[in-house]
Ligand binder design. Sequence first.
Ligand code: EPZ
Length: 420
Amino acid sequence: MDKFVIQGGTKLQGTINISGAKNGSLALMPATLLAPGTYHLRNTPNLRDVWTMSRLMGSLGAFCELNDNELFLDTRNINNFEAPYEHVKKMRASFYVLGPLVARYGMAKVSLPGGCAWGPRPVDLHLKGLEKLGAEIDLSSGYVLAKADKLIGSKIHFDISSVGATGNVLMAAVLAKGNTLITNAALEPEITALARMLVKMGAKIDGIGTSQLEIEGVDSLKPVDEETIPDRIEAATFLIAAAMTQGKIQLNKTNPYHLSSVIAKLEESGAEIDVNSDVITLEMNEKPKATDIVTAVYPGIPTDIQAQWTAYMLMADGSSKITDNIYRDRFKHVPELIRLGANIDIIDNSAIVSGVNMLKGAQVMSSDLRGSVSLVLGALVADGTSEIYRIYHLDRGYEELEKKLNNLGANIKRVKTDII
Ligand code: EPZ
């Protein structure tokens, strides 16, 4: 196991490149199951979750190889249609293979994802959508068994806007017979990027980028090469980190358009931000103003930056309210931030954060990906040394995090430890 040893008190200053989007790659990879062939997915981040998805795809018969952020896939020999618990329990996104397998091969056996560190994460919308397309769905011993001779287009409305359910059902509908209308579809950029890749593969999809997707099923698709979009959550994390340390950074290879709500909130908190093509610069010369956020589906404030914003508001003068309407119980990072000296109360699905004069270094434990990075942010501004355990959570979603932060002036060491 690894831990981070972080000396706090440094400003972040300098320039880094943002990596490809984890949640973008995790949607594009299963899409390659829809058309046997070879694919190059460029700008694929070198992350644990990508390795997990590659291993899962490999167990289905695909060949996956990642070199210098270019992922080569060969899906001409898919010969297994089961996504076992060992993969799905590690990463909920494994569930994304369900739709493509049923659409292309007429069958799939996929383990139900468990909960995660912060609570239950159901898949009812995925299953209802596939049933509407004519799939026969059974649940047995923790697995979803799905079968369909041929999926038939249908009208599907999502009561809740769901990234994963939209992706799964979209990947199934493109090979269904007839037309499908998905309403209240997720607008997240990763879903828009998935739809665009499917169209490049020969799918017929109208309404891309809107909450209403109209799909005309086709008989077959063809393999393509594609580039993964920039990781908007990584970019937001670095912007918040720089603002917390009153530093000045430049992020290259971003898509600022995907960060409009986060940039607006950072400016509201007092950061000076400039956007020019794929470059975002941020400068912060004062303590942040206490600034409330309420998470929402895209283009609102993403739940995936809620923990980072909670850490940020510890530096503010006054009290901030941080409400998560997507995952009402995503606050496992709060007790660990309190170990660093934070003053936070949880009331229902909100964290009430009181700014503190100083955080003090401590030993803390990661519990989930974004919660872990909020502990890193806290340690960056804490007085003294912090140790962060279970940083394998971080390696799931941040490529070379300590290298990028140290290039900006942080003092982080990755150290082996027997403490888990
Ligand atoms: C995706 O998860 C992301 N993961 C998550 O990022 C992100 O937090 C989430 O979207 C919300 O933006 C990937 O893209 C791989 P949802 P997903 O279905 O698809 C409820 C990270 O840190 N829901 O949009 O699983 C659900 O409980 C990860 O990178 C149902 O009720 O999220 C939640 O309240 C964490 N039934 C809401 O919808 C369902 O069948 C949104 O979930 C599905 C979802």
